[in-house]
Design a protein around this ligand. Structure first.
Ligand code: ADP
Ligand code: MG
Length: 362
Protein backbone atom coordinates (compact mmCIF):
# COMPACT_ATOMS: atom_id res chain seq x y z
CA UNK A 1 0.00 0.00 0.00
CA UNK A 2 1.41 3.36 -0.94
CA UNK A 3 1.88 6.15 1.54
CA UNK A 4 -1.06 8.46 1.83
CA UNK A 5 -0.62 11.18 -0.75
CA UNK A 6 -3.39 13.34 0.65
CA UNK A 7 -2.33 15.69 3.38
CA UNK A 8 -2.94 14.53 6.95
CA UNK A 9 -5.44 16.65 8.89
CA UNK A 10 -5.04 18.37 12.23
CA UNK A 11 -7.87 17.93 14.75
CA UNK A 12 -9.07 20.70 16.99
CA UNK A 13 -11.43 20.04 19.91
CA UNK A 14 -12.85 23.04 21.76
CA UNK A 15 -14.95 23.11 24.89
CA UNK A 16 -16.49 19.66 24.48
CA UNK A 17 -18.76 18.55 27.30
CA UNK A 18 -20.77 15.32 27.44
CA UNK A 19 -23.03 14.22 30.24
CA UNK A 20 -24.98 11.01 30.71
CA UNK A 21 -27.58 11.96 33.29
CA UNK A 22 -25.56 12.74 36.40
CA UNK A 23 -22.30 11.41 34.89
CA UNK A 24 -19.93 14.01 33.46
CA UNK A 25 -18.07 11.88 30.91
CA UNK A 26 -16.28 14.90 29.38
CA UNK A 27 -15.87 18.26 31.07
CA UNK A 28 -15.00 21.19 28.80
CA UNK A 29 -12.29 19.31 26.89
CA UNK A 30 -10.05 21.18 24.47
CA UNK A 31 -7.31 19.43 22.54
CA UNK A 32 -5.22 19.96 19.43
CA UNK A 33 -3.88 16.99 17.52
CA UNK A 34 -1.24 17.98 15.00
CA UNK A 35 -1.37 16.91 11.42
CA UNK A 36 0.24 13.45 11.08
CA UNK A 37 0.76 13.11 14.81
CA UNK A 38 0.37 9.92 16.87
CA UNK A 39 -1.46 11.14 19.95
CA UNK A 40 -2.59 8.86 22.77
CA UNK A 41 -5.42 9.37 25.23
CA UNK A 42 -4.21 7.67 28.40
CA UNK A 43 -6.26 7.29 31.53
CA UNK A 44 -7.89 4.87 33.95
CA UNK A 45 -11.07 3.01 33.14
CA UNK A 46 -14.09 5.31 33.11
CA UNK A 47 -12.06 8.50 32.61
CA UNK A 48 -13.78 9.42 29.33
CA UNK A 49 -11.32 8.20 26.68
CA UNK A 50 -13.84 6.23 24.62
CA UNK A 51 -16.39 9.02 24.89
CA UNK A 52 -13.88 11.49 23.47
CA UNK A 53 -12.97 9.09 20.66
CA UNK A 54 -16.67 8.58 19.87
CA UNK A 55 -17.10 12.34 19.67
CA UNK A 56 -14.22 12.48 17.18
CA UNK A 57 -15.77 9.62 15.21
CA UNK A 58 -19.24 11.18 15.21
CA UNK A 59 -21.03 8.37 17.04
CA UNK A 60 -21.54 10.55 20.09
CA UNK A 61 -22.90 14.08 19.87
CA UNK A 62 -21.54 16.22 22.73
CA UNK A 63 -23.77 18.57 24.73
CA UNK A 64 -21.67 21.48 23.51
CA UNK A 65 -18.36 22.30 21.94
CA UNK A 66 -16.71 22.41 18.55
CA UNK A 67 -14.71 19.90 16.52
CA UNK A 68 -12.65 20.74 13.47
CA UNK A 69 -10.77 18.52 11.05
CA UNK A 70 -8.46 20.99 9.34
CA UNK A 71 -10.54 24.14 8.81
CA UNK A 72 -13.82 22.31 8.60
CA UNK A 73 -16.32 22.19 11.46
CA UNK A 74 -17.53 18.58 11.60
CA UNK A 75 -19.50 18.37 14.84
CA UNK A 76 -22.73 17.85 12.82
CA UNK A 77 -21.13 15.67 10.14
CA UNK A 78 -22.27 12.02 10.30
CA UNK A 79 -19.56 9.39 10.93
CA UNK A 80 -19.43 7.98 7.39
CA UNK A 81 -18.70 11.43 5.95
CA UNK A 82 -15.82 12.19 8.35
CA UNK A 83 -13.13 10.39 6.34
CA UNK A 84 -11.73 8.45 9.25
CA UNK A 85 -10.75 4.87 9.96
CA UNK A 86 -11.45 3.22 13.28
CA UNK A 87 -10.50 0.04 15.15
CA UNK A 88 -11.77 -1.26 18.45
CA UNK A 89 -10.67 -3.70 21.11
CA UNK A 90 -13.16 -6.39 20.07
CA UNK A 91 -12.29 -6.07 16.34
CA UNK A 92 -15.98 -5.79 15.32
CA UNK A 93 -15.39 -8.05 12.31
CA UNK A 94 -18.17 -9.86 10.45
CA UNK A 95 -17.51 -13.49 11.49
CA UNK A 96 -19.30 -15.11 8.54
CA UNK A 97 -17.43 -13.09 5.91
CA UNK A 98 -13.97 -13.83 4.56
CA UNK A 99 -10.97 -11.70 5.41
CA UNK A 100 -11.25 -9.98 2.02
CA UNK A 101 -14.97 -9.42 2.53
CA UNK A 102 -14.30 -7.68 5.83
CA UNK A 103 -11.44 -5.55 4.60
CA UNK A 104 -13.26 -4.58 1.40
CA UNK A 105 -16.49 -3.67 3.18
CA UNK A 106 -15.75 0.08 3.56
CA UNK A 107 -14.89 0.24 -0.17
CA UNK A 108 -18.11 -1.54 -1.08
CA UNK A 109 -20.04 1.02 0.98
CA UNK A 110 -18.26 3.73 -0.97
CA UNK A 111 -19.25 2.02 -4.24
CA UNK A 112 -15.68 1.43 -5.42
CA UNK A 113 -15.64 -0.85 -8.52
CA UNK A 114 -14.99 -4.54 -7.79
CA UNK A 115 -11.60 -5.00 -9.48
CA UNK A 116 -10.28 -1.98 -7.65
CA UNK A 117 -11.64 -3.33 -4.36
CA UNK A 118 -9.74 -6.59 -4.86
CA UNK A 119 -6.55 -4.70 -5.58
CA UNK A 120 -6.83 -2.35 -2.63
CA UNK A 121 -7.82 -5.12 -0.24
CA UNK A 122 -4.73 -7.11 -1.14
CA UNK A 123 -2.55 -4.00 -0.73
CA UNK A 124 -4.04 -3.30 2.70
CA UNK A 125 -3.53 -6.94 3.74
CA UNK A 126 0.10 -6.75 2.66
CA UNK A 127 0.52 -3.59 4.72
CA UNK A 128 -0.54 -5.49 7.85
CA UNK A 129 1.51 -8.54 6.84
CA UNK A 130 -1.47 -10.70 5.89
CA UNK A 131 -0.86 -10.85 2.13
CA UNK A 132 -2.60 -13.91 0.65
CA UNK A 133 -5.03 -14.31 3.58
CA UNK A 134 -8.02 -12.83 1.71
CA UNK A 135 -9.92 -16.10 1.26
CA UNK A 136 -9.64 -17.23 4.91
CA UNK A 137 -12.60 -17.20 7.24
CA UNK A 138 -12.42 -14.93 10.28
CA UNK A 139 -12.87 -17.83 12.70
CA UNK A 140 -9.75 -19.47 11.26
CA UNK A 141 -7.57 -16.61 12.48
CA UNK A 142 -5.67 -16.02 15.72
CA UNK A 143 -6.38 -12.97 17.87
CA UNK A 144 -3.39 -11.13 16.48
CA UNK A 145 -4.46 -11.86 12.92
CA UNK A 146 -8.00 -10.68 13.59
CA UNK A 147 -6.63 -7.43 14.95
CA UNK A 148 -4.56 -7.05 11.78
CA UNK A 149 -7.66 -7.61 9.64
CA UNK A 150 -9.51 -4.95 11.60
CA UNK A 151 -6.59 -2.62 11.07
CA UNK A 152 -6.47 -3.37 7.34
CA UNK A 153 -10.18 -2.57 7.14
CA UNK A 154 -9.67 0.76 8.88
CA UNK A 155 -6.91 1.89 6.51
CA UNK A 156 -8.15 0.39 3.22
CA UNK A 157 -9.88 3.59 2.10
CA UNK A 158 -6.83 5.67 3.08
CA UNK A 159 -8.52 7.87 5.64
CA UNK A 160 -6.74 11.00 6.74
CA UNK A 161 -7.51 10.29 10.40
CA UNK A 162 -7.19 6.97 12.23
CA UNK A 163 -8.87 6.34 15.59
CA UNK A 164 -8.00 3.30 17.71
CA UNK A 165 -9.67 2.31 20.97
CA UNK A 166 -7.55 -0.13 22.99
CA UNK A 167 -6.91 -2.20 19.85
CA UNK A 168 -4.31 -4.47 21.47
CA UNK A 169 -5.86 -5.15 24.87
CA UNK A 170 -7.23 -8.58 23.89
CA UNK A 171 -3.78 -9.84 22.86
CA UNK A 172 -1.22 -11.52 25.09
CA UNK A 173 1.75 -9.50 26.23
CA UNK A 174 4.34 -10.69 23.76
CA UNK A 175 2.14 -10.11 20.74
CA UNK A 176 1.01 -6.78 22.18
CA UNK A 177 4.61 -5.58 22.50
CA UNK A 178 5.30 -6.60 18.92
CA UNK A 179 2.10 -5.01 17.58
CA UNK A 180 2.87 -1.74 19.35
CA UNK A 181 6.03 -1.38 17.32
CA UNK A 182 4.26 -2.52 14.12
CA UNK A 183 1.41 -0.05 14.58
CA UNK A 184 3.85 2.76 15.11
CA UNK A 185 5.76 1.83 11.92
CA UNK A 186 2.50 1.63 10.04
CA UNK A 187 1.56 5.09 11.23
CA UNK A 188 4.93 6.47 10.16
CA UNK A 189 4.55 4.88 6.74
CA UNK A 190 0.97 6.00 6.07
CA UNK A 191 1.28 9.35 7.81
CA UNK A 192 -2.32 9.76 8.93
CA UNK A 193 -3.22 11.73 12.04
CA UNK A 194 -3.78 9.07 14.70
CA UNK A 195 -5.63 9.19 18.00
CA UNK A 196 -4.99 6.09 20.08
CA UNK A 197 -6.69 5.10 23.34
CA UNK A 198 -5.11 2.99 26.06
CA UNK A 199 -5.09 2.60 29.84
CA UNK A 200 -1.58 1.12 29.67
CA UNK A 201 1.05 3.73 30.43
CA UNK A 202 3.91 1.69 29.01
CA UNK A 203 2.05 1.25 25.73
CA UNK A 204 1.43 5.00 25.59
CA UNK A 205 5.07 5.81 26.31
CA UNK A 206 6.23 3.34 23.63
CA UNK A 207 4.00 4.49 20.78
CA UNK A 208 3.13 8.15 21.08
CA UNK A 209 4.44 11.46 19.84
CA UNK A 210 2.40 13.06 22.60
CA UNK A 211 0.12 11.76 25.34
CA UNK A 212 -2.99 13.38 26.78
CA UNK A 213 -3.52 12.07 30.30
CA UNK A 214 -7.26 11.90 30.97
CA UNK A 215 -8.91 11.69 34.37
CA UNK A 216 -12.56 12.16 35.29
CA UNK A 217 -13.47 13.70 31.95
CA UNK A 218 -10.62 16.19 31.91
CA UNK A 219 -7.23 16.37 30.26
CA UNK A 220 -4.71 16.60 33.08
CA UNK A 221 -1.64 17.11 30.90
CA UNK A 222 -0.73 16.96 27.23
CA UNK A 223 2.97 16.43 26.64
CA UNK A 224 5.64 14.25 25.07
CA UNK A 225 6.29 10.91 26.80
CA UNK A 226 9.53 12.25 28.16
CA UNK A 227 8.06 15.46 29.58
CA UNK A 228 5.19 13.54 31.15
CA UNK A 229 7.60 11.18 32.83
CA UNK A 230 10.10 13.78 33.93
CA UNK A 231 7.85 16.80 34.51
CA UNK A 232 4.38 15.60 35.47
CA UNK A 233 2.01 18.51 35.97
CA UNK A 234 0.44 17.13 39.12
CA UNK A 235 0.26 14.26 41.51
CA UNK A 236 -2.27 12.30 39.46
CA UNK A 237 -0.07 12.26 36.35
CA UNK A 238 3.03 11.45 38.41
CA UNK A 239 1.21 8.56 40.06
CA UNK A 240 -0.29 7.20 36.85
CA UNK A 241 2.95 7.18 34.87
CA UNK A 242 5.89 5.21 36.22
CA UNK A 243 6.56 4.17 39.81
CA UNK A 244 7.42 6.87 42.25
CA UNK A 245 7.98 7.67 45.84
CA UNK A 246 6.30 10.88 46.98
CA UNK A 247 7.69 12.76 49.96
CA UNK A 248 5.99 15.68 51.67
CA UNK A 249 8.00 18.91 51.56
CA UNK A 250 7.56 22.38 53.01
CA UNK A 251 8.00 25.53 51.04
CA UNK A 252 8.91 29.04 52.07
CA UNK A 253 9.42 31.33 49.09
CA UNK A 254 11.92 29.68 46.77
CA UNK A 255 13.31 27.41 49.50
CA UNK A 256 11.96 23.88 49.82
CA UNK A 257 12.80 21.48 52.63
CA UNK A 258 12.22 17.85 53.50
CA UNK A 259 12.11 17.13 57.21
CA UNK A 260 13.70 20.49 57.94
CA UNK A 261 16.65 19.91 55.59
CA UNK A 262 16.76 22.26 52.57
CA UNK A 263 16.67 20.53 49.18
CA UNK A 264 18.90 21.35 46.23
CA UNK A 265 17.16 21.23 42.83
CA UNK A 266 17.95 22.51 39.36
CA UNK A 267 14.50 23.20 37.86
CA UNK A 268 12.39 25.89 39.53
CA UNK A 269 9.37 24.35 41.29
CA UNK A 270 5.85 25.04 39.96
CA UNK A 271 3.90 27.93 41.44
CA UNK A 272 1.64 25.68 43.51
CA UNK A 273 0.50 26.19 47.08
CA UNK A 274 1.65 22.72 48.07
CA UNK A 275 4.52 20.75 46.62
CA UNK A 276 5.53 17.09 46.69
CA UNK A 277 8.96 15.66 46.01
CA UNK A 278 8.66 12.94 43.36
CA UNK A 279 11.44 10.35 43.30
CA UNK A 280 11.70 7.81 40.47
CA UNK A 281 13.31 4.53 41.63
CA UNK A 282 16.02 4.73 38.94
CA UNK A 283 17.06 8.23 40.03
CA UNK A 284 18.12 7.24 43.52
CA UNK A 285 21.73 6.16 43.96
CA UNK A 286 23.12 4.09 46.78
CA UNK A 287 26.20 5.74 48.26
CA UNK A 288 28.87 3.53 49.80
CA UNK A 289 30.90 6.43 51.16
CA UNK A 290 28.41 8.59 53.04
CA UNK A 291 26.59 11.77 51.99
CA UNK A 292 27.56 13.54 48.77
CA UNK A 293 28.09 17.26 48.62
CA UNK A 294 25.82 19.25 46.28
CA UNK A 295 23.16 16.51 46.24
CA UNK A 296 20.23 15.53 48.45
CA UNK A 297 21.11 12.79 50.91
CA UNK A 298 18.64 10.63 52.75
CA UNK A 299 19.65 8.26 55.50
CA UNK A 300 17.50 5.16 55.61
CA UNK A 301 17.31 1.55 56.71
CA UNK A 302 17.19 -1.21 54.09
CA UNK A 303 13.95 -3.12 54.46
CA UNK A 304 14.20 -5.56 51.56
CA UNK A 305 16.15 -6.29 48.41
CA UNK A 306 14.58 -8.00 45.44
CA UNK A 307 16.64 -9.43 42.62
CA UNK A 308 14.61 -9.12 39.40
CA UNK A 309 16.92 -10.50 36.75
CA UNK A 310 17.55 -7.35 34.73
CA UNK A 311 17.75 -5.15 37.82
CA UNK A 312 17.36 -5.10 41.57
CA UNK A 313 14.90 -3.23 43.71
CA UNK A 314 15.87 -1.97 47.13
CA UNK A 315 13.15 -0.83 49.48
CA UNK A 316 14.17 1.30 52.40
CA UNK A 317 12.57 3.27 55.20
CA UNK A 318 13.61 6.86 55.79
CA UNK A 319 14.10 8.05 59.34
CA UNK A 320 10.71 9.81 59.30
CA UNK A 321 9.06 6.49 58.42
CA UNK A 322 8.47 7.15 54.69
CA UNK A 323 9.19 4.31 52.33
CA UNK A 324 11.45 4.77 49.35
CA UNK A 325 12.34 2.48 46.44
CA UNK A 326 15.58 2.34 44.48
CA UNK A 327 16.13 0.46 41.24
CA UNK A 328 19.61 -0.40 40.04
CA UNK A 329 20.95 -2.31 37.06
CA UNK A 330 21.93 -5.83 38.15
CA UNK A 331 24.61 -6.13 35.48
CA UNK A 332 28.04 -5.37 36.76
CA UNK A 333 26.65 -4.80 40.24
CA UNK A 334 28.36 -6.74 42.95
CA UNK A 335 25.33 -8.19 44.67
CA UNK A 336 27.49 -8.93 47.69
CA UNK A 337 28.09 -5.19 48.03
CA UNK A 338 24.36 -4.51 48.30
CA UNK A 339 23.14 -3.79 51.81
CA UNK A 340 21.51 -6.48 53.90
CA UNK A 341 18.11 -6.05 55.47
CA UNK A 342 18.41 -3.73 58.47
CA UNK A 343 21.60 -2.00 57.25
CA UNK A 344 21.82 1.77 57.45
CA UNK A 345 22.21 3.25 53.97
CA UNK A 346 22.73 6.68 52.40
CA UNK A 347 20.53 7.36 49.39
CA UNK A 348 21.59 10.15 47.05
CA UNK A 349 19.39 12.19 44.74
CA UNK A 350 21.08 14.56 42.26
CA UNK A 351 19.65 18.12 41.96
CA UNK A 352 18.53 17.49 38.34
CA UNK A 353 16.56 14.42 39.51
CA UNK A 354 14.95 16.33 42.37
CA UNK A 355 11.53 16.88 40.84
CA UNK A 356 9.10 19.04 42.74
CA UNK A 357 5.52 18.77 41.57
CA UNK A 358 2.16 20.27 42.36
CA UNK A 359 0.81 18.20 45.24
CA UNK A 360 -2.80 18.53 44.11
CA UNK A 361 -4.58 15.66 42.39
CA UNK A 362 -5.87 17.77 39.52
P1 ADP B 1 -13.09 5.04 29.32
O1 ADP B 1 -13.13 4.74 27.86
O2 ADP B 1 -12.01 5.99 29.71
O3 ADP B 1 -13.03 3.80 30.15
P2 ADP B 1 -15.80 6.02 28.91
O4 ADP B 1 -15.63 7.17 27.98
O5 ADP B 1 -16.27 4.74 28.33
O6 ADP B 1 -14.44 5.80 29.73
O7 ADP B 1 -16.81 6.43 30.05
C1 ADP B 1 -16.71 7.65 30.79
C2 ADP B 1 -17.88 7.72 31.76
O8 ADP B 1 -19.10 7.87 31.06
C3 ADP B 1 -18.04 6.49 32.62
O9 ADP B 1 -18.47 6.89 33.89
C4 ADP B 1 -19.11 5.71 31.90
O10 ADP B 1 -19.81 4.88 32.79
C5 ADP B 1 -19.99 6.82 31.35
N1 ADP B 1 -20.64 6.42 30.08
C6 ADP B 1 -20.04 6.18 28.90
N2 ADP B 1 -20.93 5.88 27.95
C7 ADP B 1 -22.16 5.91 28.53
C8 ADP B 1 -23.51 5.70 28.06
N3 ADP B 1 -23.75 5.39 26.79
N4 ADP B 1 -24.50 5.84 28.96
C9 ADP B 1 -24.25 6.17 30.24
N5 ADP B 1 -23.02 6.40 30.75
C10 ADP B 1 -21.97 6.27 29.92
MG1 MG C 1 -12.96 2.88 26.88
Amino acid sequence: MRANDREALPISVRGVTKTYGPVHALKDVSLDVRSGEFLTLLGPSGSGKTTLLMVLAGFTRPDCGSLKFGDEEVIRTPPHLRDLGMTFQNYALFPHMTVAGNVGYPLKLRRVPRPEIAQRVEAALETVQLGGYGARRIDQLSGGQKQRVALARSIVFEPRILLMDEPLSALDKKLRDQMQIELRHLHDKLGMTTVYVTHDQREALTMSDRIAVVNQGRIMQLATPRDLYERPANRFVADFIGDSTFLPVTRSGQAVAFNGTPLVFSAPPPAAAELTLMIRPEHIVLSHDGPREGANNFSATASDIVYQGDSYLLNARLDDGSRIALRGGARGVNLMALPAVGDRVTLVLAPEDTILIDASEA
